[in-house]
Design a binder for this molecule. Structure first.
Ligand code: 8YV
Length: 324
């Protein structure tokens, strides 16, 4: 008999097959209490859990006494209660490397589209507003040669620094808990405290995970320190930013523009004030959303689950001490 797992996200056929080669798979649409109730026996028997974005907390783990490994199709895992997993010796696997370059591309897209007002002017062309010539009201600001501030120098920050340094000749400031030798040696990045970065950067790019420490780390006081010409970019997690303070900073002209892939509430409500600001580019959390990368993330997550349930937690494991 194959061990049982719960799958709560659609997988490409080949990956679903790979999973089924190893496990008896129960496919559910979500992890709501109703779904768990409906499939109570499968949840009780499952040794593995695979999917993304849903909350995995102590209440769910109560219903899954046999669980030994969870595998998320994402690098972020703020939706998991890691303490609750540790208390039950359940490992959590994630996909930290396969999406790095794609998310860095998305960050660069936000930098370019906000500075050059790509979305706004393209919409004006579609609306038939392009007459014979265009004037300064269509102009943006330069990206090349401007100072890029990166808050959070992890894998994605490093990939962004590479693009900015080689592709756009941008001086780079970064704020991180530790100095990053590679970023400094390869991309000439300069480590500094957050206030210095906020004061000096033309682009402030946030690529931080959501933790108790980073929640609302950027708020009114931080926006006040930024240049009036600063462009603020966030592609980490929405709640790292106090969104009301961001809206106020945009409305009051304390910063110039914002490019956002993540929000405090997702999906972003259509009534959000952010959508009323002409100088905001809002994306629907598509940082890693390319065909290639989403496939690779799902493949990595399937392999991670297979590995974890064979006791292999030497890579991609958040809490290897909870060895199953
Ligand atoms: C995922 C992400 O697309 O990996 C992450 O942490 O935010 C995105 O790449 C998202 O979690 C949905 O799977």
């Amino acid at each position: 008999m194959k061990p049982s797992v719960i799958l709560y996200k659609a997988l490409p056929d080949a990956l679903q097959q790979r999973l089924e080669d190893h496990f008896t798979v129960t496919r559910v649409n979500n992890l709501s209490p109703e779904t768990v109730q409906q499939h109570a026996e499968a949840f009780a028997d499952a040794v593995g859990l695979l999917g993304s974005s849903e909350k995995v907390d102590a209440a769910l783990l109560e219903k899954m006494p046999a669980l030994r490994a969870t595998s998320t199709i994402s690098v972020g895992y703020d939706n998991f209660d890691v303490d609750a997993l540790n208390a039950r010796n359940v490992v959590l696997m994630h996909t930290p490397t396969v999406l790095t370059e794609t998310v860095a591309d998305t960050l660069m897209a936000l930098v370019l589209s906000t500075a050059r007002r790509v979305v706004e002017v393209a919409e004006r062309v579609k609306a038939g507003e392009w007459t014979k010539s265009i004037g300064p009201d269509w102009f943006g600001t330069d990206v090349h040669g401007k100072t890029l501030g990166i808050v959070g120098m992890g894998r994605i920050g490093l990939a962004l620094a590479q693009r900015a340094h080689f592709g756009f000749n941008m001086p780079i400031l970064y704020n991180a808990r530790r100095q990053h030798k590679e970023a400094e040696e390869r991309f000439n990045a300069r480590h500094c405290d957050l206030d210095t970065l906020l004061q000096e950067a033309d682009f402030v790019c946030l690529i931080l995970p959501l933790t108790d420490e980073t929640h609302h780390m950027i708020g009114k006081a931080q926006f006040e320190k930024m240049k009036k010409s600063a462009i603020f970019i966030n592609a980490g997690r929405g709640p790292v930013v106090d969104e009301q303070a961001l809206i106020a900073a945009l409305k009051n002209g304390e910063i110039h523009a914002a490019g956002l892939d993540v929000f405090e509430q997702e999906p972003l409500p259509a009534s959000s004030e952010l959508l009323k600001q002409p100088n905001v580019v809002a994306l629907p959390h598509i940082g890693s959303a390319t065909h290639e990368t989403r496939y690779n993330m799902a493949a990595c997550a399937v392999d991670n689950l297979i590995d974890a349930l064979q006791g292999k937690v030497d890579k991609n494991c958040v809490n290897p001490q909870a060895k199953p």
